[in-house]
Design a protein around this ligand. Structure first.
Ligand SMILES: CC(C)(COP(=O)(O)OP(=O)(O)OC[C@H]1O[C@@H](n2cnc3c(N)ncnc32)[C@H](O)[C@@H]1OP(=O)(O)O)[C@@H](O)C(=O)NCCC(=O)NCCSC(=O)C[C@H](O)C(=O)O
Ligand code: MG
Length: 282
């Protein structure tokens, strides 16, 4: 499946140093995995984690997208991580704290994989358009923990302090055709809070949610998949619009609401997403 067309409802971080978690991920119903060499790995374990991960990736992760998060290129590990990822059996490399397209040029010289960018600093948000437009860019990952730290903002259920940053990155991702996945929900045992944050991100246009624990997977998969009601509505909108066109009209009405060509495009995307999710399960 084309990397841009596939679902990214659930994107689970796994510390590259944790063999048990690396193994468990092969059994989880996740759309993508971020194999982490950055924040989830202690400095003393960084080099060993690179090797552990390389070995783990020689075994199949099925149709889950495999993304490796390296350390920043301004750290002692970053350049070696990037070269190592080039040799790993994975789909993409993820660079933390991206603030400019020039940083992606630097990464592209070391690693030929498609690039995903962590969007997690104020400067990164302000340069989101040039980052998204980089020719190697495939996806953005919101780093809302680092962003909150940089902004000195508080965590609130409505995420009001995050909105300018989330909005800038969403606009950039949609304008440039990148995938964009939302930040993590730290309280991994709080299913209700996670659901509310997933629903908010989905309503804003996020493609999915980054996760830190297997207990979060089902909530994200449900929130970011078209519901049965949405699929039924999309089918009825398409049928009604085709009948209207055949009768010489231009605007159909379904459930008391107008349906024009643009709504049909959205309806077709909904059905395509549902089909892509079903195909993952095959
Ligand atoms: C949060 C954790 C440290 C909790 O770990 P643990 O105490 O081991 O949890 P459990 O005992 O409940 O685990 C049950 C089983 O699930 C497996 N497990 C746990 N976490 C994962 C995982 N992430 N992926 C795969 N499997 C996982 C355990 O191995 C147990 O398996 P079994 O033995 O078969 O029962 C831990 O969940 C964890 O380390 N999570 C990831 C943390 C992480 O990656 N953090 C960095 C990313 S967040 C970030 O940096 C975002 C961004 O940059 C920003 O700025 O916002
Ligand atoms: Mg971060």
């Amino acid at each position: 499946m084309d990397m841009q067309a596939r679902p990214y409802r659930s994107v689970l971080y796994i510390p590259g140093s944790k063999e048990r978690a690396l193994e468990k991920a092969r059994t989880l119903p996740i759309d993508a995995i971020i194999f982490d060499l950055e924040d989830a790995v202690a400095p003393g374990e960084k080099i060993a984690a690179r090797e552990t991960l390389k070995t783990a990736l020689t075994q199949s992760y099925g149709n889950r997208t495999r993304i490796v998060r390296i350390n920043g290129l301004d750290t002692e590990w970053g350049a070696d991580d990037a070269r190592a990822v080039n040799e790993m059996e994975c789909d993409a490399v993820l660079l933390p704290k991206v603030e400019s397209a020039a940083q992606l040029d630097e990464l592209a010289k070391l690693c030929d994989k498609p690039i995903w960018s962590m969007m997690e600093t104020p400067r990164g948000m302000l340069n989101a358009a040039e980052i998204g437009a980089h020719p190697k860019m495939a996806g953005m990952v919101m780093g809302t923990n680092d962003l909150a730290k940089e902004l000195n903002s508080r965590f609130r259920p409505d995420r009001l302090p995050m909105m300018p940053g989330l909005g800038l990155c969403l606009l950039a991702a949609k304008a440039t055709g990148c995938i964009i996945v939302d930040g993590v929900y730290n309280a991994f045992k709080d299913t209700e809070g996670l659901k509310a944050e997933c629903d908010q991100g989905r309503d804003m246009g996020m493609d999915g949610k980054t996760l830190i624990h297997p207990a979060q997977v089902d909530v994200a998969n449900d929130a970011f998949a078209p519901s049965a009601v949405e699929i039924d509505l999309a089918q009825r909108q398409i049928t009604a619009f085709e009948e209207t066109i055949a009768a010489g009209g231009g605007v159909a009405v379904v459930d008391g609401k107008i349906v024009e060509n643009l709504h049909v495009e959205t309806a077709k995307k909904t059905l395509a997403k549902a089909e892509a999710i079903a195909a993952l399960a095959e």
